[in-house]
Design a protein around this ligand. Sequence first.
Ligand SMILES: NC(=O)c1ccc[n+]([C@@H]2O[C@H](COP(=O)([O-])OP(=O)(O)OC[C@H]3O[C@@H](n4cnc5c(N)ncnc54)[C@H](O)[C@@H]3O)[C@@H](O)[C@H]2O)c1
Length: 310
Amino acid sequence: MKILITGGAGYIGSVLTEKLLNKNYKVTVIDNFMFSQKSLNHLMHNNNLKVENNDIRNTYNFKTLINKNDVIIPLAAYVGAPLCLKDPVNAHQVNFESNKYLLKQISNSQLIIMPTTNSGYGKGDKNGFCDESSKLNPLSKYAKDKVEIEKILMERENSVSFRLATVFGSSPRMRFDLLVNDFVYKAYFDKYIVLFESNFRRNYIHVKDVCNAIEMCLEKTNKFKGEIFNVGLSSANLTKLELANKIKEYIKDFVIIQENFTKDTDQRDYLVSNKKIEKLGFKPMFSLDDGIKEISKLLITFRRFTDGNV
Ligand SMILES: NC(=O)c1ccc[n+]([C@@H]2O[C@H](COP(=O)([O-])OP(=O)(O)OC[C@H]3O[C@@H](n4cnc5c(N)ncnc54)[C@H](O)[C@@H]3O)[C@@H](O)[C@H]2O)c1
């Protein structure tokens, strides 16, 4: 099976590319390496890997790649509300227009597995509960584009949407702007954190478990296709304060201050149900504690991160 991963050199993409190569899939990555990341260097020896250093907005090239593959996993994006706010034009082109182009070009027989986000749930129902049928209420441009592209994606049968919780864990293209990774970084280097909306609940998932869910979807496509799934840790629907306290169990001199100095753009405060994917047999392998220990180990080992590249 030939798989095209857009953004395959990214935080999730570089872990996924390695995993799929290890499973003997033929993988093509298109990525513009916008962070100068070296995240695929260790995989260049593999003859089943092709890498295109290119922008997905180069449609002539993108179309050729789309036509050559059986499965497309679109990960290329301007990720997160802050980056989209900083560069809204490029963010909309990549997050929405390019994926719309992909969905126009693709044939019915080609499968798309797209990670979207559970940021679109906003506050959930009156108890904060959300499952895949819950009303969406995206507030940031990032979440709005994700929700709009998911609607178009699900108009075709051979599509799967994974609404990911906030991802954590280490990757060859490291991200410290993600909640768990960021809190551990602050605990380790700053020794304190100032929390806003500290009682807002969020859901989390390890980067390797995201890749496990994608692999499972490739292996049991008939059970997944045409469906939307939340992908998160059911054991970790924690408030930001609970998360910070959990980190404090490992980094004892971490000082937690609560102050409402700003607001989350998407007002994410929800209790996410992951039952739908769990019913298909998906079982996360990594807990939040595993992730906290892993990130601490990474920080202790390297001491400083200046450019996000390990
Ligand atoms: N990490 C999370 O917590 C999370 C949660 C929900 C959804 N997602 C989604 O998962 C996907 C991957 O996210 P990530 O965390 O790996 O982020 P990332 O920023 O590490 O990865 C994005 C990749 O896309 C590449 N890219 C950006 N613009 C491009 C362009 N125009 N052409 C080619 N390549 C381009 C970047 O170089 C990068 O390698 C995104 O679609 C994101 O919205 C991530």
